[in-house]
Ligand binder design. Structure first.
Ligand SMILES: Nc1ccn([C@H]2C[C@H](O)[C@@H](COP(=O)(O)OP(=O)(O)OP(=O)(O)O)O2)c(=O)n1
Length: 287
């Protein structure tokens, strides 16, 4: 069940739900209650990268604490991240839970809240809001500005309360794990570009290498092929030549034989003609 404005006022006045600090009740005039929800405001602002640098690099000389890196106002650049510690201190009763929402106004400005969530019945302490500027413009945030809306819901019977410890707000470990911008793009981009280029160049080089390697492999093969075919031609020549010579020799021997045969045939015919005394034989014996 959502709680009405009237019952919220009563509970807050009695020191429940929200307080100014652990032991100081909230001044009702400082909070904007509407229906079953109330608006929560900016307490401290942290720009993770700046805060980390100061805490890590100058700690040795100055003994900086988290309070020293908190900002009162800040312009969140497009793509950048900011961590907000909410000003109001939670003192949730055991019969009531809460849900933290980003106000519509923030979204309109391009701010994305990365950790909307529930507030357990019995939770005590501070809550944090992590924002990323997803828009094109810088977004200005300052202390006391509305940063999140708390929707309050009654539980049908009192719970055992919250088992976790008191919320201390933003701490150093939280800052360490966050980057200057969304998904660490600013720090990752040079690496991503180098990786992209090296992939492309690598692929191009591999292609060029492949072409050269192909030439290097094919050219000697072609040369070899030529040499081998020349060799083969010489071998063929060596084999054909004696055959050719043998053929020529045989042919001339054969023609000599034929000539001899013809001569002896002629002699035989002449003898036959001399005996027959025909006209044709006379012509044959006196050509
Ligand atoms: N933006 C938010 C949302 C919640 N909380 C607080 C109120 C919750 O009661 C408490 C625990 O919230 P979750 O259960 O959502 O978070 P975890 O599961 O991380 O914490 P836990 O292990 O304490 O339950 O943290 C917070 O500090 N900041």
């Amino acid at each position: 069940m959502l709680l009405s404005k009237k019952s919220l006022e009563t509970r807050i006045n009695s020191g429940e739900i929200l307080r100014k600090s652990r032991n100081i009740p909230l001044d009702m005039s400082s909070i904007n209650l509407s229906g079953s929800s109330c608006d929560l405001t900016v307490g401290r602002i942290f720009q993770p990268e700046n805060a980390k640098t100061i805490l890590n690099q100058f700690q040795v000389f100055h003994n900086y604490k988290i309070d020293d890196v908190a900002l009162e106002k800040h312009r969140i650049k497009p793509g950048e991240m900011a961590l907000i510690e909410v000003k109001e201190y939670f003192a949730m009763p055991r019969d009531m839970g809460g849900i933290l929402f980003p106000p519509n106004k923030l979204a309109k400005e391009g701010l994305l809240m990365t950790n909307p969530g529930h507030v357990d019945p019995g939770y005590r302490g501070l809550v944090t809001v992590c924002l990323v500027n997803m828009g094109r413009q810088e977004v200005h945030i300052a202390v006391d500005q509305v940063i999140t809306t708390l929707l309050l819901v009654g539980v049908d019977e009192p719970t055992d309360g919250y088992a976790g410890s008191e919320g201390k707000g933003v701490h150093k470990t939280q800052l360490q794990s966050l980057d200057v911008d969304f998904a660490g793009l600013k720090s990752r981009l040079p690496g991503l570009i180098t990786e992209y280029i090296s992939h492309r160049v690598g692929a191009a080089l591999a292609l060029v290498g492949l072409v050269f390697a192909s030439y290097a492999l094919i050219l000697p093969e072609l040369g070899q092929y030529r040499i081998e075919s020349k060799k083969e031609e010489e071998i063929a020549q060596e084999l054909i030549e004696p055959l050719r010579e043998a053929m020529i020799t045989d042919y001339s021997k054969a023609s000599e034989n034929i000539q001899a045969q013809l001569d002896s045939l002629k002699k035989v015919l002449l003898k036959v003609c001399e005996n027959s005394k025909t006209t044709e034989c006379k012509e044959l014996s006196n050509p």
